[in-house]
Design a protein around this ligand. Structure first.
Ligand code: SAH
Length: 234
């Protein structure tokens, strides 16, 4: 039993399965996501402790044989290679095999999956403590991974990318922003402003190809009622 005087979140643990962990890590170590992985002991902190972790698992580390092969030819023929199931299943087991499965969600990045959106991000952030994101490459992942892990296929949009890394990072980023305390006061403010449309910063006038572009007068005059009105109209 643990006692805390203030709200302490259990935090969210992301587990990304990818053969390119180093590509992803640069992104998750940067900015808001980077900050959310540091422990926050600050007195003013509304939610103390680490808000999230991002862990990486390279299927290659779980592959057998001298060549550490993570792909093979497709059964039934056809072009390209398929990512083998076993290294991915082993990576998954290492990540969350011993966790309370009610708190674990496994997502496979796939252009044929369910379209990811803000609502899904919100639900994931509320319901789970561990989210495993499996990134494919080549022609995709052996279908038995989905079956064995009862995973859900998720797409980030109606287009095909070369790999599941950007989709996995997209999901991590959007879910992270829904975790209490990940966005600071300032970020939340920025967030709201962005949804209200246009933004400007100095200088007041810029000249581009001999044409002048000005900041709308109402934003310069400091009348907050008028500014709110202008923004909600936009
Ligand atoms: N012919 C394959 C395409 C594989 S693209 C197929 O129909 O599935 C290679 C990998 O990139 C996929 O395994 C998936 O993990 C990822 N990917 C590509 N586009 C994606 C998208 N829109 N959303 C999520 N993942 C995607």
């Amino acid at each position: 039993m643990r006692f805390w005087s203030r709200s302490v979140s259990n935090g969210m643990n992301f587990h990304i399965v990818t053969i390119f962990p180093e590509v992803c890590r640069v992104y998750t170590d940067t900015g808001i996501l980077g900050r959310a992985q540091k422990t926050n002991k600050g007195k003013g902190a509304k939610v103390r402790g680490r808000k999230m972790t991002v862990n990486y698992y390279d299927p290659r580390d779980f592959a057998i044989g001298k060549h550490k092969k993570v792909d093979d030819k497709p059964y039934g023929g056809g072009p390209g290679m398929v990512m083998s199931a076993e290294p991915i299943l082993k990576a998954w087991k290492k990540a969350v095999g011993r966790k309370d499965q009610k708190k674990v969600k496994t997502l496979i990045m796939s252009p044929r999956g369910k379209q990811f959106d803000q609502k899904m991000a919100k639900n994931l952030s509320k319901r789970y403590e561990h989210i495993v994101l499996i990134s494919g490459r080549y022609e995709g992942i052996d279908t038995r991974v989905k079956k064995a892990l009862r995973a859900e296929e998720v797409s980030v949009g109606d287009y095909v990318l070369s790999g599941g890394e950007l989709p996995a990072l997209t999901v991590v980023d959007a879910v992270a922003r829904e975790i209490p305390g990940v966005l600071g006061e300032q970020d939340s403010l920025e967030d709201r402003r962005v949804t209200s449309g246009e933004v400007y910063t100095r200088p007041e006038v810029i000249t581009y190809k001999k044409k002048q572009y000005k900041v709308p007068k109402v934003l310069l005059q400091g009348n907050h009622k008028e500014i709110e009105k202008y923004r909600s109209k936009k």
